[in-house]
Design a protein. Structure first.
Length: 344
């Protein structure tokens, strides 16, 4: 029963097959192949506009390189204090931007609101040489606590950011799960709501290792290609990343897999609400469940083979745990987990 991460499971058979098919023959390297060109067209079609898209191998690279392209070394990047770029990327955004400052903000359920951003911006004087200059807002969709921004919420944040001359970046590592919850189009949840650039994640939803950096205004891409090369993320055999993205975006499989994970997360959350002493910490809107469980229940689940992360240390006999459903989590594992949780 593995609920540690959606990175724990492997890849779709279709993606594995696509990689095998891409291994045949000789093609141009460094992204000059026909498959990478096909992916560019497929991403543009998915988002309903002309854009610039660059495959990379990891979400950290996607976030850090995108932000480095948008933000100068003397810039400030506003983000939630729980965000992946602030907590889990080992200073990569600061490193790749050559020193831009992350400004972590608070917000319920890992979401930011315009009022919080506006208060933070009041502490930075534009044109004042002693202050870093506001340059970007970064949001995560779905968030690190399993919640989802509505298009209107993104639009309100984007309007404020743009009014202050800032760009808007979206960490879309679990973008598919957010879309599956919202039921809107990729365009409605991104550029039509004011997002300028995003990290489009496929790895957590069934790729072996495939992400893409998308700039919705190609002019914003500027020197991205040089930054990607300098950072060691211009892959010579890029067709193998492109093959994954092509298979990922074929039809509606990427949304169907995400919707399945979301549904199992809802099942898990509903079942845990009936466990004595348990309680949900945040709304369950994507594929992650954050729940307070009695310490005895946590210990029993681990003895029976369940894998998951403690999110906060034990307090008053309960521990906040994170449970993540992947595209391939067996339904039987959810059922068994709930049976063990209720087995007093």
């Amino acid at each position: 029963m593995n609920f540690a991460s959606d990175n724990s499971y492997g890849a779709w058979p279709e993606i594995v097959a696509a990689i095998g098919a891409a291994a045949a023959g000789a093609v141009p390297s460094y992204g000059d192949d026909a498959l990478t060109a096909k992916v560019r067209a497929r991403v543009a079609e998915t988002f309903e506009r002309e854009l610039a898209v660059f495959p990379v191998i990891s979400g950290t690279a996607a976030n850090a390189l995108a932000l480095a392209t948008l933000v100068p070394p003397h810039g400030a990047i506003f983000c939630h204090g729980e965000s992946h770029i602030a907590v889990d990327e080992c200073g990569a955004p600061e490193f790749f931007t050559h020193g831009a400052k992350l400004v972590p903000l608070e917000g319920d359920d890992a979401k930011l609101v315009p009022e919080t951003l506006e208060r933070a911006l009041a502490h930075f004087q534009k044109g004042f040489v002693h202050h870093v200059q506001p340059a970007a807002l970064s949001i995560t969709q779905s968030t690190e606590l399993g919640t989802v921004y509505r298009p209107g919420e993104i639009a309100a944040l984007s309007e404020l950011a743009h009014a202050h001359g800032m760009k808007v970046h979206m960490d879309g590592a679990r973008f598919a799960n957010a879309l599956a919850h919202l039921g809107c189009t990729p365009a409605e949840s991104t550029w039509r709501a004011g997002v300028d650039a995003m990290s489009f994640g496929a790895t957590k939803n069934g790729a072996l290792g495939a992400e893409a950096v998308i700039f919705f205004n190609p002019a914003d891409a500027r020197d991205f290609e040089y930054r990607r090369k300098k950072a060691g993320h211009l892959l010579s055999k890029m067709r193998f990343v492109s093959a994954q993205l092509d298979a990922y975006l074929t039809g509606r499989r990427w949304l169907e897999h995400a919707a399945r994970a979301n549904r199992l997360a809802q099942t898990l959350a509903a079942g845990l609400s009936g466990v004595r002493g348990a309680g949900l910490a945040h709304p369950v809107e994507a594929n992650a469940v954050f729940a307070y469980l009695p310490d005895a229940t946590v210990a029993r689940l681990r003895r029976r083979g369940a894998a998951f992360y403690d999110w906060l240390p034990s307090s008053d006999g309960r521990t906040l745990v994170r449970l993540v459903i992947s595209f391939a989590t067996p339904e039987e594992d959810v059922k068994r987990f709930l049976e063990v949780a209720n087995d007093e």
